[in-house]
Design a protein around this ligand. Structure first.
Ligand SMILES: [Zn+2]
Length: 180
């Protein structure tokens, strides 16, 4: 009797343990499944072509200055950017995702110390947002594909647009026009 009692008592416990294990495995499988199907877009492009990366992934491909400006909405000091006084002919692409942003044909000398353009290559390639930092309201300019902060747009530019896209050089990579 002394031996029988513990076996009877232990048996249901063993069964319960096994069921628990099965349940745990099932839950784990479900969790792993979610993990695989969920953030699969990270590090690549989603259905709409937007580039989505984690902060760590951006840090890996950007310099500290590029990261500070594009991912943390920083601003480079006036007259320090590599393109404020640059006159090459070609395209300026997003330093984060390569999106076509501005043409050298739209670049003009604003005297502000930042690269200035009167229009983007296409309205679709940029997006804007209201920026109320520093106690004033400005219009922030972002890359529409990856959300990189590029700079701001002001309404004191030259004709025909009257706009001045004031862009951080560190947010762009210049690509020289190829000879055809
Ligand atoms: Zn971009």
């Amino acid at each position: 009797m002394r031996i029988c009692i513990p076996i009877v008592l232990v048996f249901p416990f063993v069964i319960r343990l096994d069921c628990g294990k099965e349940q745990m495995v099932r839950e784990l499988r479900e969790a792993v499944g979610k993990e695989v199907s969920g953030p699969a877009e990270r590090g690549g492009q989603d259905m709409s072509g937007r580039v989505i990366k984690s902060d760590e992934e951006w840090r890996e491909i950007l310099t500290e200055e590029q990261y500070r400006i594009t991912r943390e909405k920083g601003t480079e000091r006036a007259f320090t950017g590599k393109y404020h006084d640059f006159k090459g002919e070609g395209r300026y692409r997003c330093v984060c995702c390569g999106n076509d942003l501005f043409s050298s044909e739209a670049k003009f000398e604003s005297g502000t110390g930042w690269a200035s353009f009167c229009a983007p290559v296409s309205e679709e390639n940029i997006s804007t947002a209201t920026d109320k930092s520093l106690g004033r309201t400005r219009t922030e300019v972002l890359c529409s594909r990856c959300g990189a902060h590029l700079g701001h747009v002001f309404e004191d530019g030259p004709e025909p647009t009257g706009l001045r896209y004031c862009i951080n050089s560190a947010a762009m990579e210049f690509e020289e026009k190829s000879e055809e």
